[in-house]
Design a protein around this ligand. Structure first.
Ligand code: NAG
Length: 237
């Protein structure tokens, strides 16, 4: 198996303020980080500059969304160029809340992925099925279709992390078992092997973004195709 360093993304969502984030940053800066684990914090866009200037440079900073072009008459949006200008190197795209609360389509997410990568941002690209889709037995169909649109927009997979988030296990108290997570991660890797390349299948980190807790993180992390987490840990309301 190719070496895939563990990747932990903390998605702060729309939480915190300068005081609370300042405290969180302080505790992150003084915590011991493992050299072989990449840690990235996704901050609210208005705090990207603040977070980047306070956070230990060993920890990456991500935006939680961006638009598909570099500038223009798009009131309220931010571009990858602006994210980079604030010193952040990553963006989360296709998060289930963007898909299902804000109605972003696969197509728009694909365009955003393409533009973010062209702008030299790393992309944490999220896929995942809703409860009714899992219950209807269409999990594979849904995550394959989402992954396909992302893949069509990626030229260089070196800066892409794929995040599998079963939507039914986010903030609902329901948790996927480590086996359920591994099953989908393995299928996504097989998908990459068949539809992209062996190299990409071996090297791309597939991280898990369901409910990750202190109680289940070890067992999740021990699954062969789970290469990290996308969590909300640290900032629950
Ligand atoms: C390749 O992609 C197609 C379209 O998404 C999908 O139906 C198929 O299952 C994929 N192949 C594998 C082996 O996953």
């Amino acid at each position: 198996m190719a070496l895939r360093s563990f990747f932990v993304g903390g998605n702060w969502k729309m939480n915190g303020n300068k005081g609370i984030l300042g405290e969180l940053i302080l505790s992150l800066n003084t915590s011991s980080l493992q050299d072989d684990t990449e840690v990235v914090c996704a901050a609210p866009s208005i705090y990207l500059d603040f977070v980047r200037s306070c956070l230990d440079p060993r920890i990456g900073v991500a935006a939680q969304n961006c638009f598909k072009v570099s500038k223009g008459a798009f009131t309220g949006e931010i571009s990858p160029a602006m994210i980079k200008d604030c010193g952040a190197d990553w963006v989360i795209l296709g998060h289930s809340e963007r898909r299902h609360v804000f109605g972003e389509s696969d197509e728009l997410i694909g365009q955003k992925v393409a533009h973010a990568l062209e702008s030299d941002l790393g992309v944490i690209a999220c896929v995942g099925e809703k409860l009714e889709e899992r219950e209807a037995g269409t999990t594979e169909e849904v995550v394959y279709a989402q992954t396909q649109v992302i893949a069509e927009n990626v030229k260089d997979w070196g800066k892409v992390v794929l995040a599998y988030e079963p939507v039914w296990a986010i903030g609902t108290g329901k948790t996927a078992t480590p086996e359920q997570a591994q099953e989908v991660h393995e299928k996504l890797r097989v998908w990459l092997r068949a539809n992209v390349s062996d190299d990409v299948a071996d090297s791309v980190r597939i991280i898990y973004g369901g409910s990750v807790t202190g109680a289940n993180c070890r067992e999740l992390a021990s699954q062969a195709d789970v290469d990290g987490f996308l969590t909300e840990a640290g900032l629950q309301a």
